[in-house]
Design a protein around this ligand. Structure first.
Ligand SMILES: [Ca+2]
Ligand SMILES: [Zn+2]
Length: 233
């Protein structure tokens, strides 16, 4: 498992992707961000989310409103439509709160089942390799502005929602990934932020690994906020 993850990291760093069979992207070459499951899966309580680190992935969003759709039928059964939409809204509102001027808008239901450069930003579930928690694909125009962002959550895993109260860092449902916790990270990619893999960034939302029960990334760390402010057009 560790070897496999390392291999993926190498591939990611070379921007050369050999995608597993069940992950496909249509039309053009997207940038792909992979959120990995931690080897141990254990969530660790926050020790320092006030470091100023962030990574820029080399692109920015368009000015104005960014719409998104949700494929509810692909979601794991334990989450209701209402709770999915409310949670997505909360995750986007964290990003909006970090920088004045970012606006996301819910545009309704989607039936799209794969990451596709179709000028429609879509949130969906799909079976991904077990070392992957979620993936975000982005397509850019010639000026390195976002034209399409799609996020896929791994339907192999259980997903749940537990409210974060500022201290229950690892208080999510056992054996389950917290949807808001992971969604906030994935939507950080929509703004142009990249993954952080240095262990010192483990408490930041843009850290590239996640464990089950983890809630602490519902809220942004300092580096996440600074990053979003600096990449926002
Ligand atoms: Ca799309
Ligand atoms: Zn990521």
């Amino acid at each position: 498992m560790i070897k496999k993850v390392t291999a993926w990291l190498v591939l990611v760093s070379l921007f050369s992707f050999i995608l597993p069979q069940n992950i496909s992207a249509k039309s053009g070459s997207p940038k792909i961000f992979v959120k990995y499951k931690t080897a141990s899966t254990a969530c660790r309580a926050t020790t320092n989310d006030q470091i100023s680190t962030f990574a820029w992935a080399g692109f920015k969003m368009q000015s104005g409103v960014t719409g998104y759709k949700i494929n509810y039928t692909s979601a794991t059964k334990i989450m209701s439509r209402n709770s999915i939409q409310a949670t997505v809204d909360l995750a986007f509102s964290n990003i909006q709160g970090a920088a004045n001027g970012i606006l996301f808008r819910y545009d309704g239901e989607s039936r799209e089942v794969s990451a596709t450069n179709d000028s429609q930003n879509t949130i969906m579930w799909k079976s991904l390799p077990s070392y992957v928690v979620a993936m975000t694909y982005v397509w850019l125009d010639g000026n390195n502005r976002l034209v399409d962002a799609d996020t896929i959550f791994n339907s192999k895993y259980r997903w749940s929602n537990t409210a974060y109260n500022g201290s229950n860092d690892c208080g999510g449902l056992a054996g389950s990934f917290d949807f808001r916790n992971i969604a906030t990270h994935e939507f950080g990619h929509w703004t142009g932020l990249g993954d952080l893999y240095n262990a010192s960034a483990k408490d930041l939302t843009m850290y590239g690994y996640a464990g089950t029960r983890e809630l602490k990334k519902d809220s942004l760390g300092l580096g996440d906020t600074i990053g979003i402010r600096s990449v926002w057009p």
